[in-house]
Design a protein around this ligand. Structure first.
Ligand code: NAG
Ligand code: NAG
Length: 506
């Protein structure tokens, strides 16, 4: 969706309208939550009342603000494990953080921001592991903390051997985390073995990029991407195909994108593949695939649906790719390295219809929100991590009939805004549909979806045995962050409610 950005004023108005809506619906949501809480309480199904299992783990989960952390917390608690949640100190982890109100978490730990104080972050995590007698470390943080989490994982592996670490080693996380090193790793695993990635070239200067593009064959179309994590929101949104018509125009674009020799950043020119994008969440244990979720994707996913319900073949090809990757990893890096390959690996793929081939375009070594589709698997999801006799080769997937998951806190305001406002009020409301019906599958509400169908959709935050976080997200957390954006004059273009992440106007 390459629309223009809203102005600060538009952003403020939308924020205030969303808060007003939240206020109006407050009594209704509160009644629903209290009723659900009372029913769970009486039936004894409230997650906080579940007895601990005889073989219980104490699990430390980071990234508490995101729904994916909540999904894991609930699954572990259902299976009778104790869960300690952690998140970085800041507005997202304030008292209004939904997970703080979850009946499934036994403790909440605040951490320093790893970008500012990486040593303090690592230290605080290690302290939490010792203080809370943690037996399993399951990071679910945002990408900014992946390397720090992996470093803590490595220290735990050597210092506290009884702690199970659910993130790969730091060197592997580093290789997976950035686009150029991931491409290099896939190349190392071998060609023509099923781990396909699009042709790409690392460039660090405008001249090198121009030289490469000049040599590319007729019709070769490339995308410029930053190889460094999190740096390319601006260029990614544009999706400009290179080379442009004239060398001068291409040069101007490259300069504008920040590609100059002394920027210290690395860029990749990646062959553009026209096709359907899918995102994949996996859980890998000692190099073996344990859980797999695959969904239609776009650049902002707020509706998760299993890809198999739309096109079975895409799920098959993506799973085959991941299995080939794991098999080759063991073969090339050896059993010792493979035995430490545990944790969440999320992949983005593009399916090239002409070649009938799945290409991986990036890997994120962390949990993906698509894990929400496994929520209804309950304790089976926990067993993937902690059942010592988990059957070899078994891969947990969402139920075939699993409905799409949305976040009502996003979809309801958006559906109303779409009915009563237009692109004049906010550019994301433009009537122009994406020409690509595929990416619309990842957006909620769907283009012609009625308000009733939104209201009856499956909410990713909802759990009848733990209803309060759902209420807190819609009526405390989101309004608090939106009001904050108004008062601190930080306008935003998009708000990812699943991860509490804003795309601020620059
Ligand atoms: C939890 O696990 C510990 C150690 O494995 C065990 O001693 C304790 O009895 C378990 N708790 C329950 C309630 O079974
Ligand atoms: C929003 O969060 C989801 C869940 O982590 C993620 O899949 C998606 O890519 C995020 N969107 C953006 C634009 O960051």
């Amino acid at each position: 969706m390459g629309q223009a950005n809203p102005t600060q004023l538009q952003s403020d108005i939308i924020s205030l309208l969303a808060c007003a809506l939240s206020l109006v619906l407050f009594p209704i949501s509160l009644s629903i939550s209290i009723a659900a809480y009372a029913i769970a309480f009486v039936r004894g199904t409230l997650l906080s009342h579940r007895p601990l299992a005889h073989h219980n783990e104490t699990v430390l989960i980071t990234g508490a603000r995101a729904s994916k952390a909540l999904v894991l917390t609930r699954a572990f608690r259902r299976a009778g494990h104790r869960v300690v949640l952690a998140d970085e100190r800041g507005p997202y982890s304030s008292l209004f953080c939904p997970a703080r109100w979850s009946a499934s978490a036994d403790a909440f730990v605040l951490l320093p921001d790893p970008a500012v104080d990486p040593d303090g972050y690592a230290h605080a995590l290690e302290e939490a592991v010792e203080g809370e007698r943690v037996t399993a470390f399951v990071p679910a943080s945002t990408g900014g903390a992946s390397i720090d989490d992996a470093r803590v994982g490595d220290r735990l592996r050597t210092l506290l051997r009884h702690v199970e670490v659910w993130i790969p080693t730091e060197d592997v996380v580093r290789a997976l985390h950035e686009k150029d090193t991931f491409m290099a790793l896939c190349a190392e695993l071998g060609e023509d073995v099923g781990v396909d990635v699009p042709a790409s070239k690392v460039v660090t200067s405008v001249d090198a990029a121009l030289a490469f593009l000049a040599g590319c064959k007729e019709g070769g179309e490339y995308l410029l991407k930053s190889a460094d994590f999190g740096a390319d929101d601006a260029i990614r949104a544009g999706q400009t195909l290179l080379p442009l018509r004239t060398t001068a125009a291409t040069r101007a674009y490259l300069v504008r994108a920040g590609l100059h020799a002394n920027s210290g950043r690395r860029y990749v020119l990646q062959r553009f593949i026209r096709g359907r994008e899918i995102c994949v969440h996996t859980l890998v244990a000692h190099g073996e695939l344990r859980a797999f979720v695959c969904c239609p994707s776009s650049d902002l996913v707020l509706r998760y649906q299993t890809v198999e319900q739309v096109d079975e073949r895409l799920g098959v090809l993506a799973e085959r790719w991941v299995q080939a990757f794991l098999e080759r990893f063991r073969h090339v890096r050896g059993d010792e390295a493979a035995s430490k390959l545990s944790g969440h690996l999320s992949f983005d793929f593009i399916y090239d219809e002409v070649e009938d081939k799945m290409y991986a375009i990036e890997c994120n070594p962390r949990a993906h929100s698509a894990v929400t589709l496994l929520a209804s698997r309950g304790r089976e999801l926990a067993d993937c991590y902690f059942n010592p006799s988990y059957p070899t080769g078994a891969v947990l997937k969402p139920r075939r009939t699993e409905p799409a998951h949305i976040w009502l806190a996003h979809s309801l305001p958006y559906a109303l805004a779409r009915s009563f406002l237009s692109a004049r009020h906010h550019p994301t409301l433009s009537a122009q549909h994406d020409e690509n019906a595929w990416t619309e599958l990842a957006w909620s509400p769907l283009p012609h979806e009625s308000l009733l169908s939104v209201l009856t959709s499956r909410d990713a935050q909802w759990d009848e045995d733990d209803p309060i976080p759902w209420f807190v997200l819609a009526h405390l957390h989101a309004p608090y962050l939106l009001l904050r954006s108004v008062f601190t004059r930080h306008g935003w273009a998009r708000f990812n409610v699943s991860t509490s992440r804003f795309f601020f106007l620059s």
